[in-house]
Design a protein around this ligand. Sequence first.
Ligand SMILES: Cc1cc2nc3c(=O)[nH]c(=O)nc-3n(C[C@H](O)[C@H](O)[C@H](O)COP(=O)(O)O)c2cc1C
Length: 376
Amino acid sequence: MEKKKITELVGIVVDILMYVILLVQMIYVFTGNILHEVLGVAFFVCLAIHIIIKRKYLLNLWKFGNKSAARKTADIATILLMIVSVVMIVSSMGVSRTLFPHFSFLGYTNLHVYLATTVLVLAVFHGGMKGFIRTEKKKRAAVFIACGCIVSIAVGSFLVPYLNRHFKIVRINHDVVLNGEKVNWQGSKPLVVYFTRVGNTDFKNDVDAVSGASLMLSDGELIGNNQLIAEMIENAVDCDVKAITVTGDKYPSSYGDTVSVAGKELRRKARPDIEPIDVSGYDAVILVYPLWWGTVPMPVAAFLESNDFSGKELYIIATQGSSGYGSSVDDIENMAKGANVHKVISIYCDDIPGSRDKIVKWLKEVTKNKNDATGV
Ligand SMILES: Cc1cc2nc3c(=O)[nH]c(=O)nc-3n(C[C@H](O)[C@H](O)[C@H](O)COP(=O)(O)O)c2cc1C
């Protein structure tokens, strides 16, 4: 076979491989972290081969001259794809836990998820435009490209977070992730209040068979995401911790059913009965809560509304499956009457086991600010 034909064939195989890898990367909740990282490296190797093979075309990208409108659009998309891919390489190293553990200072998981979706959309557009330029059936090609882009956006924005929330069980060593640097908190210690599914859910005995996740397992013991964060603070500061516990019906074992029960509770502004938590003896409360339907779970609302926060500092830490704080900050400000609400951090559920350092850094800042204010 002549060299040109072989290069062409390699080019086609590499292109197909890249699309397949991108799609497999999206279901990393099933493939696991190590395969996700290895495939990530494989993707960028394929990209490098693709760039070498297409170097002549790429060198001409910047010369728009008398290109047709379709060609110009395709070229702009390709330039964008290259730029986003480079940023994606950096962000991938930042979120890598196994292959590139020393780049965690660049680790912004939410950004990584958005970049991955953008790469997928641009890659589909880039491939689609090649076909558009060649084919006579422009209308059909345009519809095809539009559908491909819409599906890609839906995969990145909805399917991936959905799979992640529903099917992920993270295995950790409780003691290892919990222990670390201590913080010398000045003045009266804060109260940590948290809400988690664990303890508020009728889980079946066989935890591995729990349908639906966003859970952590350590030696067969279930640990709620928010419980772990609360315990990290307790371990660092040695302060009181209280769990918000519903006293009526518990939430269903299935994640999906919990989502639907929580949706109904939100719509009717339910305030489930909870074991009372009295914050009156504390100057500061650190509230750790999961985002449910973009805001606080209704038992957390019940806790906030059943206390007087006048003059208290209320530090809030959210955990979530992609929504940041949602509308929870405004909602908490409305519910916790009199509190000085401070946003601390919103932690993506995958990042929870590794977030102790970030939390300690924040705790130290609060202590330092207290010292500065009191002139200690
Ligand atoms: C009922 C329910 C609704 C949720 N809604 C959202 C949401 O709107 N946005 C989001 O990013 N994550 C959402 N999540 C994911 C949780 O916020 C996330 O998995 C959290 O870390 C779970 O904490 P836990 O294990 O302590 O209960 C939802 C989870 C549940 C159970």
